[in-house]
Design a protein around this ligand. Sequence first.
Ligand code: FES
Length: 91
Amino acid sequence: MTNTFLWNGKPIEFNSGETVANALHRSGHFIFGISPNGQNRSVFCGIGQCQNCLVEDEQRGEVEACLILCKRDMRLFSSDMVVKSREAQDD
Ligand code: FES
């Protein structure tokens, strides 16, 4: 059985023990969103120090993709998707 989580509503396959950042990279996703100052979010330090890889977990809020291990059926969003969703709610 294939393990997947949802990234902006699309399934991403992962291997047991793999971080979200690794799984996203393997599936061709290298930009994880846009920071408040307009910079692309992606892996920089890879050890949980820079916060450049933040993604939105539906259950926990912002999490570091380089540290969080993939779990089946987790629902993650890029920061730009969260901004778009909040803007749509404000309309
Ligand atoms: S890449 Fe720096 S905290 Fe994840």
